[in-house]
Design a binder for this molecule. Structure first.
Ligand SMILES: Cc1ncc(COP(=O)(O)O)c(C=O)c1O
Length: 486
């Protein structure tokens, strides 16, 4: 590790600027926190306001980095095995949209797994790109989507040799990766770039027991959420680039179109300092995280009614590797849904899970965990089991994820269609949807604009609504109607 990684060019510049006690006549109007609500200031500390600054010239500009931001991005690029890194202050969603808009022009085809995050859909609409969907493999026991297989990719590339790019999810929200190295090789044969949604893979470069990172696998662009698992402040993220097929200046120009001109220096400083932390201590912190995750998984598998898979997932073709820090806790023989378990754990034990669905809860173990937090989780899960385990109960058979729907028109055409009307969910079957319906989290659309609505969709949406899961996306906030094209 080079000594350079111990430096924090941007954060240090901000600190030096604050030390000079400048008298600001520029935004933000709170002027070093003096105009801020006192309770809020006392809570987060007045120091934060000293560096809540804007792009005045000593501090460089994220839209045209030439000084400290450039240096900070270069250090990040080096650490993440990239040729260029762009800092995002608008989460990974903006990094994903930038990636796709940098590659796809109107009418271009892009190969994507169907279990995309909704930001991919936003980019498809903005770019007017045509998605060529691959249905991710469905786990029949957990009833979640895993990933796509190399065979599916090979077949799709043969059928669509004119596709302009392929997008991978690396890993899925539940921590599953496909064989990215093989997919990159295939894409290279077709001379097309591989774009990677690496929202949940920020730590992959730091430990051999985690899957390979997108950049190390040879991908061209990767949107990598440092804020999700890497420890930086929420909303701060990275877009990493390898310069083989993609022009960084073009990516910068698209990134500028998508990014606020009031970039948060608190978020940028968090990226700069967290990059240093990971460079210096990442490996050892992740060592401990992996040990804690293994301990938690082993213990959970002893709790009656709960099942926390790991090796078992490898039975699926699309599961090349799993991120062991993601604990999918399947409520195998419990008399409650995942969502009810989420609420119960919150109310009874102050445990906040990452997400729940009808059959599972997902807990992430991260570099911020310790033995105490793991023990609290285990205590709560044992209590959950003692209340809801039903040895003799037959498993309630829930409706499975609908098959790959027919894409009748491009998401953009459907989204901007003029002949649209709202129909009650039950009456919308066979129509083409003009909007998307998503459960967030995980934010994977059940229906996209342009897809034909089937009975399975409606049953699945209703089951999720009845279970109290956060179904959203329709103009109708209650999701009793959906806009369709007629
Ligand atoms: C797989 C995946 N991709 C992208 C995103 C978007 O990341 P962000 O919330 O940082 O915009 C998420 C967020 O949950 C995600 O789960």
């Amino acid at each position: 590790m080079s000594n350079q990684q111990a430096n924090t060019p941007l954060f240090t510049t901000l600190l030096n600027h604050a030390k000079k006690q400048p008298v600001p006549f520029h935004i933000p109007g709170h002027k070093k926190g003096k105009g801020v609500d006192p309770e809020f200031r006392a809570f987060i500390g007045s120091a934060a306001f000293q560096i809540d600054l804007i792009n005045i010239s000593p501090l460089d500009d994220l839209h045209h980095p030439q000084a400290t931001i450039q240096e900070a991005q270069e250090l990040a690029a080096h650490l993440f095995h990239a040729d260029h890194t762009f800092f995002s202050v608008q989460g990974t969603s903006t990094a994903i949209m930038t990636m796709i808009l940098s590659i796809c022009k109107p009418g271009d085809k892009i190969i994507v797994p169907r279990n995309i995050h909704k930001s991919v859909l936003s980019a498809l609409i903005l770019a007017d790109a045509i998605p060529i969907f691959i249905q991710a493999e469905i786990d029949k026991e957990l009833l979640i989507s895993h990933n796509i297989t190399t065979e599916q990719v090979e077949q799709t590339l043969k059928q669509h040799p004119d596709a302009k790019a392929i997008l991978l999810i690396h890993p899925t929200y539940y921590g599953v990766v496909c064989n990215i190295v093989e997919v990159v090789k295939m894409a290279q044969q077709y001379h097309i770039p591989v774009l990677v949604d690496e929202a949940h893979g920020a730590l992959f470069s730091f430990h051999k027991d985690l899957p390979i990172s997108a950049m190390e696998a040879g991908a061209d662009l990767a949107a990598t959420s440092l804020h999700k698992l890497g420890g930086s402040l929420t909303q701060s993220s990275l877009l990493n680039l390898k310069q083989t097929r993609v022009n960084p200046q073009h990516v910068q120009s698209i990134f500028n179109m998508m990014t606020t001109t009031s970039t948060s220096y608190l978020l940028l400083a968090s990226l700069d300092t967290q990059r240093r932390y990971l460079a210096l201590y990442g490996r050892q912190s992740i060592d401990q995280t992996l040990q804690l995750a293994k301990y938690a998984r082993d213990e959970i598998n002893q709790i009656p009614g709960l099942y926390c898979p790991d090796e078992q997932l490898y039975e699926y073709h699309s599961v090349h590797q799993v991120d062991p820090t993601k604990l999918i806790i399947h409520l195998e023989q419990m008399e409650i849904t995942g969502h009810e378990a989420e609420i119960w754990l919150r109310q009874k034990h102050r445990i906040e899970v990452e997400l729940s669905d009808l059959h599972n809860i997902l807990c992430i173990i991260s570099i911020g965990d310790d033995q105490e937090s793991i023990n609290q989780l285990l205590f709560a899960l044992r209590d959950l089991s003692s209340h809801f385990y039903q040895q003799s109960q037959n498993r309630v058979q829930h409706i499975t994820i609908p098959d790959l729907p027919e894409l009748v028109m491009s998401p953009r055409e459907a989204f901007y269609h003029t002949q649209v009307r709202s129909l009650p969910l039950e009456q919308s079957i066979h129509y083409v949807s003009a909007e998307s319906i998503t459960i967030y989290p995980p934010g994977i659309p059940i229906l996209l604009p342009g897809e034909r609505i089937t009975r399975e969709h409606i049953l699945y949406i209703k089951e999720n609504l009845e279970a109290g899961l956060p179904v959203q996306g329709t103009l109708d906030p209650e999701v009793t109607t959906i806009r369709v094209i007629y």
